[in-house]
Design a protein around this ligand. Sequence first.
Ligand SMILES: CC(C)(COP(=O)(O)OP(=O)(O)OC[C@H]1O[C@@H](n2cnc3c(N)ncnc32)[C@H](O)[C@@H]1OP(=O)(O)O)[C@@H](O)C(=O)NCCC(=O)NCCS
Length: 239
Amino acid sequence: MENQLYFSGISRALRAMAKDSFTIRRLASNAALEADLWHAIRTLCCLTGNNGQPVSMARRDFFPRMWIDPYTKFHPNWTYVAEVKSAVVAYLTGCPDTARFSRNKLFYCTLPLLMETFLPRYRMNPDSRRFFRQALGLEKNAEECFTRDIQLEVKRKYPAHLHINVDADFRGQGVGRRLIETYTCDLRANGIPGVHLYCGPDPVAFYLRVGFQRLGSAAFRGTQVYALGLLIEGAGGIL
Ligand SMILES: CC(C)(COP(=O)(O)OP(=O)(O)OC[C@H]1O[C@@H](n2cnc3c(N)ncnc32)[C@H](O)[C@@H]1OP(=O)(O)O)[C@@H](O)C(=O)NCCC(=O)NCCS
């Protein structure tokens, strides 16, 4: 059941013909109407969330609760999927106002989830333990490793953010670029001047290729992380 929508439609033949045959869909503002799509996004998050590789089975309960559920709850209509024959092969989660999103997330996602980290099923989970330490300020997250100046620049000039993941079999076929273009087009129409993200070294070349600038880098858990931003020209509307 877990991978039904995600895998059911994807055969090897479909993968081979994916180039240019995918469609991008923006999700609805009522997530309950698209529960199957959100389920597919959560599944794909687990299959790509370990730097593009699957996270272990033991992590697949808690992991999407951190990375997907806040978007389902607050801004479902700022998430996009790429589909091939109705199967989800990629997603982009985002939001136009990161400051507001972070406040909502703290009160309505982080604090309730923090309580759950005491449940027996999460007690030995590495994600829930790290989540607990970060929520209590005992450990920095990637964003907090950047200088105050970079964090301020990000807040001021690049208020939107995004996360993107493409199924391993569909990478390098233009899916990621189309998701970013669709999202930034909608941000522009809503007057949002810029979008940012934080990432490790591997996807940096992709982001630079699709127009992002490097804003800074920092050491984080034994590797480099990068702050990247894209200014959205012609953003003249209102949110
Ligand atoms: C990074 C990722 C989202 C890119 O999506 P994608 O669909 O594979 O990328 P696209 O095919 O749309 O590539 C767009 C452009 O970037 C270039 N590009 C993509 N990956 C690249 C890489 N690793 N190095 C250099 N260029 C790259 C492509 O050549 C293409 O250039 P072009 O349009 O001028 O021909 C996808 O590979 C992925 O999900 N990776 C694993 C998870 C991940 O890292 N997610 C991001 C977390 S922050």
